[in-house]
Design a protein around this ligand. Structure first.
Ligand code: NDP
Ligand code: ZN
Length: 361
């Protein structure tokens, strides 16, 4: 098996490994399209999962089932499937705590059950999808058939970008007519905009600056655009809301100081929902006044995207029945296995016209 791996912090390279051994409930997948994620960039260049060596990257894929273990019921070689970014161990004890995203029984970068981020297994615990063959554990619970009506492009976007942006919306607990701010409108933020609209938000502020992101944010449902280069984002939101602020703020971009903005622009009793992957500092500041000296009833939540079969099948239906077209976010198309590296470097460099690349294999 050949794959694009993290060699050490700050360095990627190609590695050759033995074909992964699959357990009785696992599957071996041959990817037909993959996409790099901003999180792969954090992993390699910020070293957020530690100094991994020869760990194959990638967690967004659509592929063909190559081989299944003898206990796999619903998938067979030749099936076209979405592989979710998050692949919990569904019979792990921690599942009973209601947090599948953190439930894994193989040890990863932390050495105990119920680890935060445990089910973010690709790269951290098992090799990722940037390989000509890779293993998916508990295939019946983690894979989803990609129906003919749903394109490969949409399948790849569902695996991570849609489930993440929508999770930002879920944790924001949006009610009909709410004023929602989405901080950052890369592919994750764009899906948060789309999800906020689907969830009944009244007014949706999209915060970003690059013209093609702004255009798509409007298409997905933003009613107002704020460029954070045009002055303080909080002041701009306050001015446009008659100093009321937002019912909910979803964080999908920015650095550690973005939490200050989010808290300061949220109404008392409102929700702050983070899906950003903070990776540069050890702590995040909280503004005391904005937090009502600790008594403002503002809820701060941060979540890893849900994975698993059921989640994927639900999102597939949203595309299949015309609620959402995430493939509009694909701005760059690559062909061939070797171009996975180019797509990852593109994701790191983030040229102004980039939204999301895809690589056809
Ligand atoms: P992008 O880099 O494509 O987009 C970031 C956005 O943030 C851009 O719109 C950018 O603006 C905006 N931004 C930058 N600085 C600020 C600021 N100070 N205030 C407001 N907006 C700002 O990121 P992605 O969409 O690819 O990913 C977003 C995050 O989600 C990443 O950290 C990624 O790792 C994480 N992620 C988390 C997952 C989870 O499960 N929780 C899963 C997948 C990804 P501009 O338009 O100017 O570029
Ligand atoms: Zn990701």
């Amino acid at each position: 098996v050949k794959g694009l791996a993290m060699k050490k912090i700050g360095e990627v390279g190609w590695v050759e490994k033995d074909k992964p051994e699959i357990g009785r409930r696992d599957a071996l997948i041959r990817p037909i399209a993959v996409a790099p994620c901003s999180s792969d960039v954090h992993t390699v260049f910020d070293g957020t999962l530690g100094d991994l060596h020869d760990a194959i990257l990638g967690h967004e894929a659509v592929g063909i089932v190559e081989e299944v273990g003898d206990e796999v019921r619903d998938f067979k070689p030749g099936d076209r499937v979405i592989v979710p970014a998050i692949v919990p161990d569904w019979d792990c004890e921690a599942i009973q705590n209601g947090n599948p995203q953190h439930a894994v029984y193989e040890t990863g970068y932390c050495q105990k059950i119920d680890d935060a981020l445990g089910a973010y297994k690709f790269t951290a615990v098992v090799d990722g999808v940037f390989a000509n063959l890779f293993k998916v554990t508990q295939a019946d619970m983690n894979l989803a058939i990609l129906p003919d009506e749903v394109s490969v492009e949409n399948g790849v976007m569902i695996s991570d970008m849609v489930t993440t942006g929508f999770h930002g919306v879920e944790n924001a607990d949006i009610k009909f007519g709410d004023t929602v701010v989405v901080l950052g409108i890369g592919p994750v933020g764009l899906m948060a905009v789309a999800g906020a609209k689907l969830n009944g938000a009244g007014r949706i502020f999209a915060v970003g600056s690059r013209p093609n992101l702004v255009k798509l944010a409007k298409e997905y449902g933003a009613t107002d655009i704020i460029d954070y280069h045009d002055g303080d984002t909080v002041e701009q939101v306050m001015e446009k809301t008659d100093c009321k602020g937002a019912d909910a703020v979803i964080i999908a971009g920015g650095n550690e100081s973005i939490m200050m903005d989010a808290i300061n622009m949220t109404k008392a009793g409102g929700n702050i929902s983070n899906v950003n992957y903070f990776s540069k500092q050890d702590t995040i500041p909280i503004p005391l006044l904005g937090w009502g000296m600790g008594m403002s009833h503002k809820t701060i939540k941060g979540g890893l995207c849900p994975g698993g079969r059921n989640r994927m099948e639900r999102l597939i239906d949203m595309v299949k029945y015309g609620r959402l077209d995430p493939s509009k976010m694909i701005s760059h198309k690559f062909n061939g296995f070797d171009s996975i590296e180019d797509s990852l470097i593109l994701m790191k460099d983030k040229p102004r016209e980039l939204i999301k690349p895809i690589v056809y294999l």
